[in-house]
Write a protein that binds this ligand. Structure first.
Ligand SMILES: [Zn+2]
Length: 136
């Protein structure tokens, strides 16, 4: 499920990037037109195109930076998958990050305390409290 949502968000950002690039290209065209309008002596039009060109350029750069920032935030906030390891004999418990090949009831290295075999008792996604609460 998380795979689907991440690919969907990357599709949206690609779409957004295309719009940003088009706006950026249009702003450059507007600036070029403003230069040619200025050389033709049409200062009103030149000023108008200059303002539009700079606004469009500023907007597209702003959107680009915002979406990049959001992508970076999403990467950090993606929940970690944790694995709980337990010793059935002495009850020693430890939690570490999920590793490839982990599954519940898998035998692992011997216990640090009693040298009995430890097993994986739970695999879960770590959900931060911040994501659960919604401020009003
Ligand atoms: Zn133990």
């Amino acid at each position: 499920m998380s795979q689907n949502s991440s690919s969907a968000s990357s599709k949206i950002s690609t779409y957004l990037m295309m719009i940003v690039l088009i706006v950026l290209a249009l702003s450059i065209v507007a600036l070029l037109l403003s230069v040619s309008a200025f050389t033709e002596g049409n200062e009103m039009l030149a000023g108008f195109l200059l303002v539009i060109g700079f606004l469009a350029m500023g907007l597209s750069v702003y959107v680009m930076f915002q979406s990049r920032k959001r992508a970076a935030n999403m990467k950090i906030e993606s929940p970690k998958v944790m694995t709980t390891i337990e010793c059935k004999k002495c009850g020693f418990k430890s939690v570490r990050e999920f590793q490839r090949g982990d599954f519940v009831f898998k035998d692992l290295e011997p216990c640090q305390k009693c040298n009995d075999k430890m097993i994986i008792t739970a695999i879960y996604k770590e959900v931060k409290d911040k994501e659960k609460t919604y401020g009003i």
